[in-house]
Every structure is written in structure tokens, then in C-alpha cells.
Design a protein around this ligand. Structure first.
Ligand code: NOJ
Length: 566
């Protein structure tokens, strides 16, 4: 079989609310995206992934969909969408949609009908359950299980009209669809086919390892001090998850060419990922795992730990080895759910921001897998200097604050410290296009404040400067397109015990690449065998003057290439 095109592709993710606002209402829109497609094409990206643009009450910024086959009016119309799709295709790129089918909005007609009566033909499309046996419905503790929802509170919402509860792993406005019901699956597949027939090129599948639940719905373990039990073990990677994805493949993807499918899978293990991405099993092309973006937290996501580079390297080494023979990796630092990587794993001070952003980009992109660039990452955009809780908009941040401060008695200042580092709103501040008011994102009032550093960090400035993070990312992407060793080389991690340097080689058909990134603000010598041989090799890319003896400057990255006998 020929190698799939997405092996050498780079994906650019757009978060539409925050990308570009063409009509001045403070919210990004499809016209805004159309106006800026050349920015993405200029970077060399092959694929655009659009976060949800469907009609939605926006409780979770569009990850709560009330109509799967239309466009949210705030973002535009289906005609605008078709124009966007054509614009993407004209530039030789592909467009991947977000598919959010673990849950719908509670305002989706399916749920409205489901809720209308216990006898509704759609009742079983969602997870309705009576109160815990022997308990008065609607009273504390009467929920069918003790699971907590991801955004705080119980995962069950009581519906007084019918006296039953419905399950929502995320917000109460995101009821979980019941994939056990074949009618639900039929409806989802029909909708997916409708989009593919319209010309889209694939799907990024939201929390797609949540769709199969343990139908006995057991209580979860309660961690000490936690208000709820852990539902995860009973709804993550459940008994029918592979079966459902194989069925989806047969009913939607089979016989269609050139698609890209990527499953978002919080908590997925390497062994499971091999199964999900084994081409012979016909499930998905690749998955998003979370291990490397959870490297600086504990079991409690709201506890911060400094990054240990050895831990991060061990994680990547495990994933690179695990999917070396079968399956395929995705590679990402950022998306709309993660704080900005330059603030997180790099150094966003004026002195080292650009250099560390480039180093992080290079270290990531030279792994084996398909890299994803999140809007603004190519500018080295940083976390936002949040003041008070009033500065946040994200349901997760607000839910966590309420839970931690109001119910667990934690100090507001401590909770804010964590949110500043961790909140998803860091990723969602408007794209910084130029140095005009509101960074050129909108002529109105943006729905979330623009980062005050936009005068220095913006696309116009970055495109004009050949030494910018933008041009470095452009070179990285070009390197992937030109050098087969970047795509197919075997991966070997070097210096696994070193807390300062991230180093590895890639080897493919007589070519070997060496990548070394310095994760510190000090010069560090790379003690790598045959150092002499490497420093005489061709230096493909770096972000600082390279020394002859592999001494890396603060936050420097070097990529060398040499010929080897096979
Ligand atoms: C994952 C999405 O990326 C996130 O933004 C969303 O809140 C949850 N899934 C629920 O859809």
C-alpha cells in the first residue's frame, strides 16, 4: 500500500471564535478565516482543522452542538462555509472538521425530544437513569452514580419533569449520546457522510474514547478529599469503543480517498493507540494522547509541578517506540485546551521567547508523526496575564474556581495562580494579526481580551522578519516536506537521563538527522558520542549561532544531517 499523504503533512488548527472577526461583533467568523487563508498557506501547512463552527448555545464555545448540519449564525452561513472550503482547496490544502458526537447540546432537537417524555422515541438516545435505589429523586446523593463531571459538580442532571437524571460527562448542557442505540450511530454516520459529500477532508473526533460506557454504570473510586468519584475508568476506552470506530469506518470512510481522521483520546495508552491506529483494523489514522501535556501535573489536574525534562523525554520515547512498527503518532504542544507552550515549557521573557519558541517547535516537529500547529503558536504567542477571575471566560476555569473556592475552601489567590498557568483561556485570546487596536482581530470589543503584548508579537511583524518564529516554523514544515528522514526515519532518544538537553536521532535510507534542544537558559555542552563527526555534518536549521563542539546556547536547537552507511 502507498504511504498515506498525511504522513508528511502538517495540520494548522483554527479556533474560529478567536481567529479573525470580519464583521466587528467581537467574535471570529468564517469570513475572517477566508481573509487570512494566505497566512496559513504561506506557512506551508497542508491541512486546516476547524474547531466547531456548528450552531451552538456556546456553553463550551461550540463543543455543545445544537445542529450538526448547519453553521452557527455568529460564524456565518453554509454559503460562507462552502467559500472557505473552496479557498482552502484552491490553495492546495485540505479541511478537517471537528466532530463532537460523544455529546450534543441540550438544545439539540434530539435531546429536546428525548427530554420531552419517558416515552419519546428519542428517550434512549441519551443516558437517562432513575435515582439511586431507595433515595428520593433530586436529593443530594441520589444521583445514579457518584461520578463528577469534567467541569465540576455531578455528572448527572436531575430532570424534575420526568423524575430521572441524564448523564453529562462535561457540562450539564452537553448530555452524552447513547452510542449503544444503533439509531444514534446511524444518525451520526449520516451526518458525517453529508459533510464528506460536501467536500470536507476528514474529522478530528472530540473525546472519541468516551463513546462506549460500561452499561452497568458502576460508582467510581473517590480520591481522598475529592467531592465525587472517578467515572473515567467506566467511560474511557470502553468495551465497544473499537467496534464503534470500525463500524464508523465501514459506514463513512470506506471507499473514500485522501481523508484524515484523528481521535482525541484523553488517557489513551500506547498499547490502545496501536490498536486504534493500526491501518489493518480500519479505525482512525492517528490519536491525540495527553501524556506529554500532563507531564507537569499530578493525578489532580489542578496541581502544578515543574516540568522534569527526563519525564517528558520518557513519554515521547515510549510513544515513538510504541508506534514505530504499527500505527502513527500525532505531535502537538498546543491546542485550544492547552496553555501556550512557550510560557509552559519554554521561557516567554522578552530575552528568550522567540528562541525558546523555535526550539520547542523544532524538537516537536522532528519526531515521527503528524505535527499540529495551533493558531498563534507560529508567532510564539504567550499566556495571558490574567488579573482576577473576572478575566476568565472558560466554563472549565469558572467551574473549577467555584468548586475550589466555594466548596473546597481553597484560597482564591492560590486557585488563580494555577488558573493563570493552566487555563484554556490562555490559548483562546484573540489571534494577534498586527499592532493596530485589538491586534487587528476585531474592530469591536473582543469576547476575550487581547494579550497586551500584541504590539511586539503579531503576524505582520513576524512575516516581515526572516528571523521570526513564523519563518522558523515555515522552514520546519518545508523540511518535513523535503526530507524523508523527518517523515520516516527510525527514532532513537539520546541522553535520556539529562535534565537539560533533549536529543535524538532519526535514521532513514543512508541519512541520519541529529536534533538537540537546550531546555535551559544556560549554555550546555552536548556530550554525544562522535560529537566531532556531528559538528562537521550539515547544519540544517538552528536558532542561534552554532558552536563547533556542540555547546548549545540558551534555548538553542540544532538539526544536523549526515550520510551514513545503511
Ligand atoms: C475536548 C475539547 O477539545 C474541549 O474543548 C471540550 O471542552 C471537550 N472535549 C468537550 O467537548
Amino acid at each position: 500500500m502507498d504511504n498515506p499523504w498525511w504522513h508528511s503533512a502538517v495540520v494548522y488548527q483554527i479556533y474560529p471564535r478567536s481567529f479573525a472577526d470580519a464583521d466587528g461583533d467581537g467574535m471570529g467568523d468564517l469570513r475572517g478565516i477566508i481573509d487570512h487563508l494566505d497566512h496559513i498557506a504561506g506557512l506551508g501547512a497542508d491541512v486546516v482543522w476547524l474547531s466547531p463552527v456548528y450552531p451552538s448555545p456556546q456553553d463550551d464555545n461550540g463543543y455543545d452542538i445544537s445542529d450538526y448540519q448547519d453553521i452557527e449564525p455568529v460564524f456565518g452561513t453554509l454559503a460562507d462555509f462552502d467559500e472557505l472550503l473552496a479557498g482552502v482547496h484552491e490553495r492546495g490544502m485540505r479541511l478537517v472538521m471537528d466532530l463532537v458526537v460523544n455529546h450534543s447540546s441540550d438544545e439539540h432537537q434530539w435531546f429536546v425530544e428525548s427530554r420531552s417524555s419517558k416515552d419519546s422515541p428519542k428517550r434512549d438516545w441519551y443516558w437517562w437513569r432513575p435515582a439511586r435505589e431507595g433515595m428520593e429523586p433530586g436529593t443530594p446523593g441520589a444521583e445514579p452514580t457518584n461520578w463528577g463531571s469534567v467541569f465540576g459538580g455531578s455528572a448527572w442532571e436531575y430532570d424534575p419533569a420526568s423524575g430521572e437524571y441524564f448523564l453529562h460527562i462535561f457540562s450539564r448542557k452537553q448530555p452524552d449520546l447513547n452510542w449503544e442505540n444503533p439509531e444514534v450511530r446511524d444518525a451520526v454516520y449520516a451526518m458525517m457522510n453529508w459533510w464528506l459529500d460536501r467536500g470536507v477532508d476528514g474529522f478530528r473526533m472530540d473525546v472519541i474514547d468516551h463513546i462506549s460506557k460500561d452499561t452497568t454504570l458502576p460508582d467510581g473510586v473517590v480520591r481522598p478529599g475529592a467531592p465525587y468519584g472517578e467515572g473515567g475508568p467506566h467511560y474511557l476506552n470502553g468495551p465497544r469503543n473499537h467496534e464503534f470506530l470500525q463500524e464508523m469506518h465501514r459506514r463513512v470512510f470506506a471507499g473514500r480517498d485522501a481523508l484524515l481522521t484523528v481521535g482525541e483520546m484523553p488517557g489513551v495508552t500506547v498499547d490502545e493507540a496501536v490498536l486504534y491506529t493500526d491501518p489493518a483494523r480500519k479505525e482512525v489514522d492517528m490519536v491525540f494522547n495527553f501524556d506529554h501535556v500532563w507531564a507537569d501535573r499530578g493525578a489532580d489536574p489542578w496541581l502544578l509541578y515543574p516540568l522534569r525534562l527526563t519525564r517528558l523525554k520518557a513519554i515521547f520515547a515510549r510513544w515513538q517506540a510504541g508506534l514505530a512498527e504499527t500505527g502513527w503518532n500525532s505531535l502537538y504542544w498546543n491546542n485550544h485546551d492547552q496553555p501556550r507552550v512557550v510560557s509552559r515549557y519554554g521561557d516567554d521573557s522578552p530575552q528568550w521567547r522567540e528562541r525558546s519558541a523555535k526550539m520547542l517547535g523544532a524538537v516537536l516537529h522532528l519526531h515521527r508523526g503528524t505535527p499540529y500547529v495551533y493558531q498563534g503558536e507560529e508567532l510564539g504567542m504567550t499566556n495571558y496575564p490574567f488579573g482576577s477571575i473576572a478575566d476568565f471566560r472558560d466554563i472549565e476555569a469558572l467551574g473549577h474556581y467555584a468548586q475550589a473556592v466555594d466548596h473546597e475552601g481553597r484560597q482564591p489567590a492560590d486557585v488563580l495562580t494555577v488558573l493563570r498557568a493552566r487555563s484554556r483561556d490562555n490559548a483562546r485570546t484573540p489571534m494577534q494579526w498586527d499592532d493596530s487596536p485589538q491586534a487587528g482581530f476585531t474592530t469591536g470589543t473582543p469576547w476575550l481580551a487581547v494579550n497586551p503584548n500584541y504590539k511586539d508579537i503579531n503576524a505582520v511583524a513576524a512575516v516581515a522578519d526572516q528571523e521570526s518564529v513564523y519563518h522558523f516554523y515555515r522552514r520546519l514544515i518545508a523540511l518535513r516536506h523535503e526530507e524523508p528522514a523527518v517523515v520516516y526515519g527510525d527514532f532513537t532518544m539520546l541522553l535520556p537521563q539529562d535534565e537539560r538537553l533533549y536529543a535524538y536521532t532519526r535514521r532513514f535510507e543512508g541519512v541520519e538527522l541529529l536534533v538537540i534542544g537546550n531546555f535551559t537558559g544556560e549554555p550546555v555542552r552536548a556530550d554525544i558520542d562522535e560529537a566531532g563527526a556531528w559538528s562537521a555534518a550539515e547544519l540544517l536549521l538552528t536558532n542561534a549561532p552554532a558552536s563547533a563542539d556542540l555547546v548549545l546556547e540558551p534555548w538553542q536547537v540544532v538539526i544536523y544531517r549526515r550520510g551514513v552507511t545503511r
